[in-house]
Ligand binder design. Structure first.
Ligand code: ADP
Length: 245
């Protein structure tokens, strides 16, 4: 995925900083596996990786791992927050915006860990170019849904109580469709990369794309380990028509 992102970055119109690498938002950082792979890309391809996670201990583990992989300390930043809040309330068309809603709910304390900065929303950069997300799939039960049985609208549930607009998420959850929509509206490029379970329903992926305003094609990439399908990564926001010829 990182290799593809590197290639995309080279071809991408770098909207605000044409000579710099892109800024990637890793929406569910966890222990940082993907973020570190992005961080290893050359600076002219990726200038900053912004890692979001609800769990500060996960962010500390990710910072420790970034240290082991020698990621420059100014190329990756760790932010403790709900990613839905960040994509929904903090960015629009790639730019940080402030719509008057107080952010103090995610103004987490700042610390240095393994040389990296971990903190709250005050660390968000002014601009993001692309969103990568590997969200929680809802435990191991996804496997029981069978081939093509994982429906993004029904089976993915991300915890999010919007403190300002509770009517946006009345039951306190965001589904896999809304997640794509939030990510798309947070970026200007509309390039969103979405990791889903191997049994993701492809029709639901297409519907999620339409629901988020995409038209044309999307690219699905199946990842195999030891001959077994493990995950499906979806690339939204670019014309992949040349792959069909
Ligand atoms: P794991 O990868 O450890 O099995 P999950 O798949 O449940 O964990 O979630 C992946 C990561 O996403 C975890 O580190 C979790 O803390 C984080 N996470 C879950 N929900 C949110 C959210 N709404 N905002 C930010 N991070 C989240």
């Amino acid at each position: 995925v990182a290799k593809t992102v590197g290639e995309m970055s080279t071809n991408m119109l770098k909207l605000s900083h044409p000579y710099e690498g892109i800024v990637i938002l890793d929406a569910f950082c966890g222990c940082g596996g993907n973020a570190i792979a992005f961080g290893k890309l050359p600076i002219h391809q990726v200038s900053l990786v912004v890692c979001i996670d609800l769990d500060r201990n996960k962010l500390r583990m990710a910072a420790h791992n970034a240290y082991l992989y020698n990621i420059p300390t100014d190329k990756i930043v760790f932010i403790e927050a709900n990613t839905c809040f960040v994509m929904d309330q903090c960015y629009h068309d790639g730019d940080l915006f402030y719509n008057g809603t107080p952010w103090n709910c995610y103004m987490s304390p700042r610390e240095q860990y393994a040389g990296y900065t971990i903190g709250g929303l005050d660390l968000l950069p002014f601009h993001i170019d692309l969103v990568f997300m590997d969200p929680p799939w809802g435990g191991v039960d996804y496997n029981d849904l069978g081939k093509n049985g994982y429906d993004l609208a029904k089976n993915m549930k991300i915890q999010y109580h919007n403190p300002f607009y509770p009517e946006d998420s009345p039951d306190g959850v965001v589904d896999g469709f809304s997640l794509v929509k939030m990510a798309a509206s947070a970026t200007k490029s509309k390039i969103v990369i979405y990791d889903t379970p191997r049994n993701v329903n492809k029709t639901s992926l297409g519907q999620a794309a339409l629901n988020a305003g995409y038209r044309g094609n999307i690219k699905l990439e199946e990842h195999y380990l030891n001959g077994r399908l493990k995950t499906v990564t979806t690339y939204f926001g670019k014309d992949f028509g040349e792959l069909l010829r």
